[in-house]
Design a protein around this ligand. Structure first.
Ligand SMILES: C[S@@+](CC[C@H](N)C(=O)[O-])C[C@H]1O[C@@H](n2cnc3c(N)ncnc32)[C@H](O)[C@@H]1O
Length: 253
């Protein structure tokens, strides 16, 4: 039986790696490192930093995993399903050829594996194809938690609920039945087109890294600034990851 640790490593600050993650890192024989091309090279470097800093015995192996592009034609869900099928084939082949029976593999997941990450879905597909695989999840600190911590806010207001969603979903309008809405994966700045007149935004980019940027305020007052800052930062670094929380303006703020 091959074992895979799926290890949440936080979103940029190596100090956010947990003791449980460090223990798991030190049991891994082979790390499978997704290579998503030049745009994400900075993220790959952070994963490498974590291995070098926390692993005591450097005799582990590292295998780069070529991640194919997801088809953008056809329906979104069908495209994702087909892409996950290809990824399951790629990972399955690599586990069979690069990991001996009884060895331990490691996949380092950005943030927490439970939040907008498909590693666990893909591993379940690998297992469904017949490869005997045991996997264990090590939770990590998510961009959502870092966003709240850096803005010194709680995600929820008292007794209210919180929605985690994507920019793609927010483009359909602000879901006002939720007290607070945390938005990830928004490449199109959906916040800028919202019709709601009275929202606060807490925005963060490169959270946990030395390039971190934080902006907060009334959405109407700061949305142009966020768009301009975001555009400049993306040009400067060649990539950006940003997350934000929206909620109805607090009269006592
Ligand atoms: C594929 S999801 C992965 C989320 C990750 N599993 C987590 O727990 O944060 C990628 C999205 O997470 C958010 N994100 C990840 N790292 C971030 C960071 N350092 N700063 C701001 N947002 C980040 C962005 O919204 C990005 O589009």
């Amino acid at each position: 039986m091959r074992k895979i640790f799926v290890i949440g490593i936080g979103v940029g600050d190596p100090d956010h790696v947990t003791i449980q993650a460090i223990k798991a890192l030190n049991q891994v024989d082979v790390f499978f490192i997704p290579d998503k091309g030049t745009e994400k090279a900075a993220l790959r470097d952070l994963r490498t930093t974590i291995c070098e800093r926390f692993i005591e015995n450097a005799d582990y192996r590292t295998i780069d995993v070529d991640i194919p592009q997801r088809a953008t034609t056809g329906g979104y869900l069908a495209g994702v399903d087909q892409w996950h099928g290809r990824l399951a084939d790629i990972y399955g082949r690599l586990f069979e050829h690069e990991l001996e029976e009884g060895e331990v593999g490691g996949i380092l997941v950005w943030g927490d594996p439970a939040i907008y990450d498909s590693t666990l879905r893909i591993l379940k597909r690998v297992r469904a194809k017949g490869l005997a695989l045991d996997f264990q999840v090590i939770p990590g600190i998510s961009s959502v938690q870092v966003l709240a911590a850096k803005h010194c806010i709680a995600l929820n207001r008292i007794g209210e609920s919180v929605l985690l969603t994507t920019g793609r979903n927010l483009a359909d309008g602000f879901p006002s039945e939720f007290g607070s809405v945390v938005v990830l994966l928004d490449g199109a700045q959906a916040f800028a087109s919202l019709g709601e007149p009275d929202l606060d935004i807490f925005w963060g980019a490169y959270l946990g890294t030395e390039d971190e940027i934080l902006i907060s305020g009334k959405l109407a007052d700061v949305k142009d600034e966020i768009e301009a800052v975001r555009r400049r930062a993306r040009e400067q670094h060649g990539w950006i990851m940003d997350t934000y929380l929206l909620r109805k303006s607090d009269p006592d703020r």
